[in-house]
Design a protein around this ligand. Structure first.
Ligand code: SAM
Length: 271
């Protein structure tokens, strides 16, 4: 059943109004608008996520266009932004940022807003997701377009540069658990964004193996992890010469965001 907040957001969508300007009392719709509104409510009642119906989702300070090709941005992923702001507090730094598995581009574009002199590259193996990320960059601000590049590429193949900040919210659901996810995730988020292989950790293995040619000597790697993956992901990171500098929990007290730097001895030996 559509709740009151969702009803107002759907109303704003029908009226082509931004969700930031929702009235407290929703004025009546004309018959044509009412028909559209009823159809949208029926989709929501059938389990389709609101973000997929209205085609956008709020993340950090902005709204991002989202489709069947992209994971809808999640509130817990904002912890990546918070962690980077805390570990790199000088907003004037011209950071070079790499976002592995960019989806809507929500993480990278939010960071480029926070650091006005930073530049960024967003990678995704989904060409459709890359098109959405590029659309979001263009929608938001031409100023962002000059500082961002999106490439349809597997992160294991990217070798352009060393980055000050590498971020990733990779797919981390074990393959066998996909079928027991909530319907609104299982049926509406793309499988490429969810499936992390047999144990859910494939992406961390390939990502961390690539760090020696992507992460600068004083850079930080910041990743989101799935529930209960903390120890195994830490083990993978340690094997690749990375030292944990912080673990952040989400609002449900689950370890969710991890920040790493190079273990100095390892880095010197391998670069
Ligand atoms: C969980 S989604 C995260 C999307 C977005 N960063 C966010 O936090 O909302 C993971 C994304 O990684 C992409 N992906 C998965 N494996 C990849 C790989 N090896 N190289 C590049 N992108 C990959 C998927 O297509 C998907 O868009």
């Amino acid at each position: 059943m559509v709740n009151a907040r969702e009803a107002r957001l759907l109303w704003a969508h029908v009226m082509n109004l931004p969700s930031s300007s929702l009235p407290i009392d929703v004025p009546a719709l004309n018959p044509a608008q009412q028909t559209i509104y009823d159809a949208l409510c029926a989709r929501r009642d059938a389990g389709e996520p609101l973000a997929k119906i209205i085609g956008r989702k709020a993340f950090w300070e902005h709204e991002f266009h989202t489709t069947q090709a992209t994971l809808d941005p999640r509130p817990e992923t904002e912890g990546i932004i918070e962690a980077i702001l805390d570990h790199r507090p000088d907003r004037q730094r011209a950071l070079k940022i790499l976002d592995c598995g960019t989806g809507t581009g929500c993480i990278l574009l939010s960071l480029l807003y926070e650091y006005p002199h930073a530049t960024g590259v967003g990678l995704d193996i989904s060409a459709d997701a890359i098109a959405i990320a590029a659309h979001n960059a263009a929608q938001h601000n031409n100023f962002l377009l000059e500082r961002v590049e999106f490439d349809c590429l597997d992160w294991t193949l990217h070798q352009k540069s060393l980055y000050d900040v590498v971020v990733s919210n990779p797919p981390y659901i074990p393959s066998r658990d996909i079928c027991i996810l909530d319907v609104d995730v299982r049926n509406y988020d793309p499988i490429l964004a969810l499936d992390g292989g047999i144990d859910g950790l494939d992406a961390y293995r390939s990502l961390m193996a690539a760090m020696h040619r992507l992460l600068s000597p004083h850079g930080i790697l910041v990743c989101e992890i799935g529930q209960g993956q903390e120890h195994e992901v830490q083990h993978i990171a340690m094997n690749h010469g990375l030292r944990c500098v912080e673990i952040r929990k989400d609002l449900s007290d689950i370890a969710r965001i991890i920040v790493w730097q190079w273990n100095e001895n390892y880095h010197v030996a391998h670069i």
